[in-house]
Design a protein around this ligand. Sequence first.
Ligand code: FES
Length: 145
Amino acid sequence: MKRNEFIKTCGSICLSTSAITLLLQSCGSIHYASHTLEENIIKLNRSEFVELKNEQTSQRSFVIVKDEGLPFPIVVYKNGDQAIALLMQCTHQGCEVNPNAYSLVCPCHGSEFDTTGKVINPPAEEPLKNYKVTMDDHYYYIHLS
Ligand code: FES
């Protein structure tokens, strides 16, 4: 490999790595929350939204509940004190959607949903399945039925 090609290749790799790092930082990290599932109610400690980084705490905008008893994971978005729980199954043809802080994107055909489950980009036409959420001082309760 010639020197010019080598420098060009290394530069491209460095730029790609930086872009991916920035993208991942902007998306935040995915957190799979501890929980219990009993009698069709998921009990989720509100502290699951607290993130400790460099000895400072911040609030995650969402967490994911993954459980053997669920056909798909559930993403729980926090909006102030309220929480919105959405089944991560695309309403177009059933693929698992990928959540980020602002939306959920389907990798199969590109449908996009906002954090309330509403369609913002087709081909999906129906909103994501939304579960009732209640809460007390320490827990969110996601009612599956
Ligand atoms: S299955 Fe999600 S867009 Fe088609």
